[in-house]
Ligand binder design. Structure first.
Ligand SMILES: Cc1ncc(COP(=O)(O)O)c(C=O)c1O
Length: 394
């Protein structure tokens, strides 16, 4: 009998169970909405990145269905062979206008956009200077590029400057930050980092995955929020979060985008989006332009919920965005808090090491524009009761 060469994986899972860190996948039985059914329970949903509620917006649904009728369900090819349809080109043109850049290329996901772009623009002789809390897709892109990786402490511009001053001359350097950090909800120090990049002749790159649809005029992102147009060479965004659909994109100059057509491996070697995805994303951009009041509703709900958590005595860290962590420290306690909230009708996912530092485990919450005040108050009442029960607040 052949012995199982993967037996060590079961042992690893047993260790996670013993540490209270084992997670079962929770399953949504209905739509991705502010209140939905998860694992047979109706819950107020604070776990999605569906900031504006666009996953179920009638305009997006209608356009996706129309695209299926018109173009079918798949593209049958990668973009560089036969998988570029007029609807992909239309989406890219509209995104470029939205981001105020010369051109845009769309990838299958934000992860693919980051990993594919960093690994394409750098090679082994180059250097990347990266915030320690940058997203995993940036870290993977850096590793794939084989460039030397220099990490600076979170948002520490002085430390980034010190690294840049210590580098040998004549090397290509990429300075990279998230626009909004996905676990703490704070903003990258874009004005200072852009000045630093300019002073040292670096390529400046920002991953604005959590900012598009949330910050800036009509949700144009942190580059717009900080008035940094023209000072960021490579902007990444996603279509999977506030936009409500799926995908990632890079916005920049025409030569950058054309270079990525030739060298970004996820673009070259993975099939393009179904036409319904592109159509729904176009409709989402129209919603951002025509219904900016939904962004204001997101912020009103964010302010209400954040203030409620702080008044109850929870540690919400340094968040400046709708991502509001409730930091409890210990991983098992975070999972227990999440489980008890779920039993009380609130879905807020626990997050522990390695996604965050060992002593920074948390429950992560994101409100959306579509939560009602009653739903948010219900969630705050559940946090109060469970927080007291577990001794997190008094
Ligand atoms: C900061 C950041 N960048 C990139 C991504 C990847 O985006 P996507 O979900 O579209 O692959 C995420 C999503 O988790 C993210 O939080």
């Amino acid at each position: 009998m052949r012995s199982d060469p993967l037996a060590y994986l079961a042992a690893e899972l047993e260790t996670l169970k013993a540490q209270g860190l084992y997670r079962r996948l929770r399953v949504l039985e209905g739509e991705q909405k502010a209140k939905t059914t998860v694992d047979h329970r109706v819950v107020v949903n604070l776990s999605s990145n569906n900031y504006l509620g666009l996953t179920t917006h009638p305009r997006l649904r209608a356009r996706a269905l129309e695209a299926i009728e018109r173009y079918g369900v798949g593209t049958g090819s990668v973009r560089t062979i036969a998988g570029t349809m007029t609807i992909h080109a239309e989406l890219e043109q509209k995104l470029a206008a939205f981001k105020k850049t010369e051109a845009v290329v769309v990838f299958q996901s934000g992860f693919a956009a980051n990993a594919g772009t960093v690994s394409a623009v750098l090679d082994k002789d180059d250097i990347v200077v990266s915030d320690e809390l940058n997203h995993a897709s940036i870290i993977d892109g850096c590793r794939l590029s084989r460039a030397a990786i220099k990490v600076f402490p979170h948002k520490d511009v002085a430390a980034a400057r010190k690294i840049l001053e210590s580098l040998p001359g004549g090397r290509r350097v990429l300075l990279i930050t998230d626009g909004v950090f996905s676990m703490d909800g704070d903003l990258g120090p874009l004005p200072d980092l852009c000045s630093l990049a300019e002073a040292h002749g670096c390529i400046m790159m920002v991953d604005d995955a959590h900012a598009s649809g949330v910050f800036g005029a009509n949700g144009r992102g942190t580059i717009d929020h900080f008035a940094m147009h023209g000072r960021v060479d490579i902007q990444v965004g996603t279509l999977s979060k506030a936009i409500g659909v799926l995908g990632g994109y890079v916005a920049g100059t025409r030569p950058l985008i054309e270079f990525l057509y030739h060298r970004a491996r996820p673009f070259l070697f993975s099939t393009s989006h179904p036409p319904a995805v592109a159509a729904a994303c176009i409709a989402a951009l129209e919603v951002l332009m025509e219904e900016p009041q939904i962004i204001e509703r997101l912020w009103e709900n964010t302010r209400f919920f954040k203030a409620g958590l702080v008044n109850l005595g929870f540690n919400t860290g340094v968040s400046e965005s709708p991502i509001t962590p409730v930091i409890v420290g210990d991983g098992a306690l975070a999972m227990r808090l999440s489980d008890r909230l779920f039993e009380s009708g609130v879905f807020a996912q626990g997050i522990a090491y390695p996604t965050v530092a060992v002593d920074k485990a948390r429950v992560r919450t994101i409100v959306t524009a579509t939560h009602t005040r009653d739903e948010l108050q219900f969630a705050l009442d559940a946090f109060a009761a469970v927080g007291r029960e577990l001794g997190i607040v008094s």
